[in-house]
Design a binder for this molecule. Sequence first.
Ligand SMILES: Cc1cc2nc3c(=O)[nH]c(=O)nc-3n(C[C@H](O)[C@H](O)[C@H](O)COP(=O)(O)OP(=O)(O)OC[C@H]3O[C@@H](n4cnc5c(N)ncnc54)[C@H](O)[C@@H]3O)c2cc1C
Length: 281
Amino acid sequence: MRVQSPRDLAELFEALQTPGAQPLAGGTDLLVRLRAARKDGVKPLPASLVRLDGVEALRGVRREADGALRLGAASTHAELLAHPLVRAALPELAAALTQLGSPPIRNMGTLGGNICTASPAGDCLPPLYALGAVVELASQAGARRMRLAEFIAGPGRTGLKPGEVLAAAIVPPAPEFQVRHFEKVGRRGALAIAVVSLSALLRLERGRIAEARLAWGSVGPTVWRCPEAEAELVGRKPTLAALSAAAAVVRENVRPIGDLRASADYRRQVAGNLLLRLALL
Ligand SMILES: Cc1cc2nc3c(=O)[nH]c(=O)nc-3n(C[C@H](O)[C@H](O)[C@H](O)COP(=O)(O)OP(=O)(O)OC[C@H]3O[C@@H](n4cnc5c(N)ncnc54)[C@H](O)[C@@H]3O)c2cc1C
């Protein structure tokens, strides 16, 4: 297998023209999959791995002219976590990054890898869905943008076209949310894949919820939103009674699967229960 190390976007797009080329960011998902594929011998290995870490244009965090935050796809989780703009403006994403893997995984793994793996348990995804993030996809033909919620089509499936890379995730400017939260429940306290996770944003006006954005991980094939529960909360104070009513709506509507990590019923209960935490914030 060939490994190519482009130093800028022009070299990157050229390298991606190689038939069977695949982008390699931190390798924390891809190398595990390739090792398994080599053992099985079922799936063909990519002809070439194209490293993204040397392409400066894919890294870093910056504020755009309209106030949106642009998060470079090849930024590592540790780089994002250390960035003052991420910590100050996106506390729920910072909370998710703090709980993602372990220090070595956060030093190697990237935002782009987490998004393109398109796992229902990807920790960056619920905060980015709640924030209404948009992805920027770039290739020799130019750049295009689409909503993250449309880009991710299912587990491991995205809207990436051949020759394209994810260049950045863009978080549009948002109204001020007084409650910003991410919580993950796993089988253990650290280095655990989410059994259920929730990212929640609540905007309050005169003590009542004017807008609720709720996004769950690991309860469906992709991040799951529950407009019925969001509607249940609007107009009410964020009390335990209101959150319990919304939690009941969640348990009625959510359709998780059971697997080796947790039963479907456990996931259904926890998906509702995670809302109750918001009463304590
Ligand atoms: C021990 C361990 C623990 C883990 N714990 C967690 C956890 O707690 N939470 C969690 O969410 N994940 C976890 N992961 C999964 C993984 O670390 C993350 O998903 C990570 O963000 C993947 O990023 P990467 O840069 O390593 O991606 P890579 O492995 O390099 O790539 C993953 C996929 O995305 C594609 N890709 C990467 N970047 C781009 C791009 N910019 N454009 C187009 N395609 C791209 C690659 O071609 C590949 O298909 C864990 C993994 C391990 C090994």
